[in-house]
Design a protein around this ligand. Structure first.
Ligand SMILES: [Zn+2]
Length: 250
């Protein structure tokens, strides 16, 4: 029997069966530091690249497997969307282009400031544009509510939809990052400029198509369109609420 140095549980084997700590805890020294650092980086990298690869090869099946309990090899979903949105925002910062979020937002806020009576929405939209990575995280619950409303609620709960969409939005950010780097020399009216957006939407359809296994193909495609419809409706309602609340404080 081994006495666990973390929780004092008595156990046999390489790991404590109560708290999971290793049986053999080495004294902290230089080689511990080097080991911890390189192992830490290597594990993060392995999880990240495995997840990205799986999401490009079999996106719906791999997210389904994650939900069913195959968790260990995957990069954690919320960290995944946060990391890749940050990568995308930084990429665009360095190549000096607007993100899709910024283009969307500046288009919307121009439209809003024309009507001139709801200036708070424009402020909110501009704030959203400057914090792209965080905004993606804020929009994730709204997009997930839309997909939850569209698909069979008895099969996957709201939080499972959150995980599904976190992986999708993270992978879309990667698609945007790669393509905006490849295409950054093109003029804004070049026909390839919309390609990353189309690929991102296609990726979403493909993932939902694989993920929701128990429906007819055309039902799945219809429900994915319905998700986008609910998403836009929910966005407009949220903006109206934000604008209304903003007015109260004027
Ligand atoms: Zn223990």
């Amino acid at each position: 029997m081994i006495n666990c140095k973390n929780c004092e549980n008595q156990f046999e084997g390489h790991f404590c069966n109560q708290c999971g700590q290793k049986a053999n805890v080495q004294r902290i020294n230089f080689s511990y530091l080097v080991n911890e650092f390189s192992k830490g980086i290597f594990q993060i990298e392995r999880g990240l690249f495995f997840t990205i690869k799986e999401l490009f090869v079999r996106p719906g099946h791999s997210i389904r497997a994650f939900l069913a309990g195959k968790r260990k090899p995957y990069f954690k979903p919320i960290a995944f969307v946060f990391l890749l949105s940050t990568v995308y925002a930084l990429t665009n910062h360095f190549i000096g282009k607007n993100t899709y979020m910024e283009d969307f937002v500046s288009g919307m806020s121009e439209g809003v400031s024309d009507t001139n009576d709801i200036p708070n929405i424009a402020k909110v939209l501009n704030w959203m544009a400057s914090y792209h990575a965080y905004t993606t995280l804020l929009l994730l619950p709204i997009f997930s509510l839309a997909s939850y409303m569209s698909f069979d609620k008895s099969k996957d709960n709201y939080f499972e939809h959150l995980i599904l969409n976190a992986y999708i939005i993270g992978q879309q950010a990667l698609i945007y990052a790669v393509f905006s780097t490849l295409l950054y020399k093109l003029d804004d009216d070049h026909f390839l400029i919309g390609l990353p957006f189309l690929l991102a939407v296609f990726f979403n359809f493909w993932t939902f198509f694989q993920f929701f296994t128990d429906k007819k193909p055309r039902t799945k495609i219809f429900l994915t369109f319905l998700t986008y419809f609910f998403y836009l409706a929910l966005l407009l309602v949220s903006l109206a609420i934000i604008g209304g609340v903003g007015k109260l404080f004027e």
